[in-house]
Write a protein that binds this ligand. Structure first.
Ligand SMILES: [Zn+2]
Length: 312
């Protein structure tokens, strides 16, 4: 049985794992993303991969990264990492001597769910990755929809409010501005400052900058009404976005992955009453490793319906 290496490059951490052919993560490690220099970051990745590949006999490496990929080999640019049309696949291939496959990180999360996660038995699925921003992947009849120039699936950037908040993409009122973890944290910090008597403000020790994605949930469980309101407002935005996507795609299933989703079933419990009839939402069962497992499976994904493609 051939083991595979999956690399999930994020704006904060790089996750690397050895994945078996039956999709089990045999070994897992992570380290901080070196954002000062792409060359140093790729060096860190290669230094981790080389001994793992030797130990587990891996010949295939899959890389998932934020940013726009070109020809499945290069990354033009990304919001968080200073790529500049960087030949990521070639660099890692030459340093490790292994075959390297490259794809967008949100697409990798889709592949992970498709083969190993919640989407194994469905035809049509949308994966929404909720982190600092919002990304996603669209599967139609078990094929991934990439769009022209590989640019489809930007699920964070359809417009919820044409007069809304300015977005990094240049538009206003994008879904990401309301339903990302960053948007949630902004909402919570604002509510804490406006309600200095709240448990949330107290638990943040009077410093709103201490509020991350988890604290409002912890405060809510302890009875904080302000945190409950913040979470309800956030869930309202998230549900609006999911319902809009459902109107367009009507998938069998939406799968949610990413930071806030680690809160677990409370998210779906709060979402359910706000979803349109027939909209089915599940939390990723892959414990935050959908992107990593999916990266290891890029080759399998491409071969699954691209048997005649030379440039897989
Ligand atoms: Zn946008």
């Amino acid at each position: 049985m051939n083991n595979l290496i999956g690399v999930d490059i994020g704006g904060t951490n790089v996750d690397i794992g050895v994945v078996s052919e039956d999709y089990k993560v045999l070994e897992y490690t992570k380290f901080k993303t070196n954002k000062a220099s792409v060359s140093a970051m790729l060096g860190d990745i290669c230094n981790t991969i080389i001994p793992l590949a030797k130990q587990y006999g891996c010949e295939i490496i899959g890389i998932g990264s934020p940013g726009r990929t070109v020809d499945n080999r290069r990354i033009l640019r990304a919001g968080n990492i200073p790529y500049d049309n960087t030949p990521v696949a070639d660099i890692i291939e030459s340093r490790t001597g292994k075959r390297v496959y490259l794809d967008n990180d949100a697409s990798c999360a889709l592949y992970g769910e498709k083969f190993a996660g919640a989407g194994r038995d469905v035809s049509n699925m949308i994966v929404i990755t909720i982190g600092t921003g919002i990304g996603g992947g669209i599967m139609i009849d078990r094929k991934t929809y990439h769009g022209t120039n590989n640019r489809a699936g930007e699920l964070g950037h359809f417009i919820m409010d044409i007069n809304g908040r300015a977005c990094s993409c240049g538009l206003h009122g994008c879904f990401e501005q309301y339903a990302s973890v960053k948007a949630f944290v902004i909402l919570a910090r604002k509510a804490a400052v406006e309600n200095k008597g709240s448990l949330l403000f107290e638990m943040a020790q009077g410093k709103p900058e201490n509020i991350g994605g988890r604290l409002p949930f912890r405060a809510m469980y302890l009875g904080c009404e302000i945190s409950k309101k913040v979470i309800d407002e956030y869930i309202y935005y998230l549900a609006c976005g999911i319902n809009s996507l459902a109107k367009i795609f009507q998938p069998d299933l939406f799968v949610l992955t990413g930071g806030l989703i680690n809160e677990g079933s409370i998210i779906t419990d709060l979402l359910s009453p706000r979803l349109l009839e027939g909209v089915n939402v599940k939390i990723s069962p892959l414990n935050g490793k959908a992107g990593l497992i999916g990266a290891a499976l890029i080759k399998k994904e491409r071969e699954s319906y691209c048997l005649s493609c030379e440039k897989v």
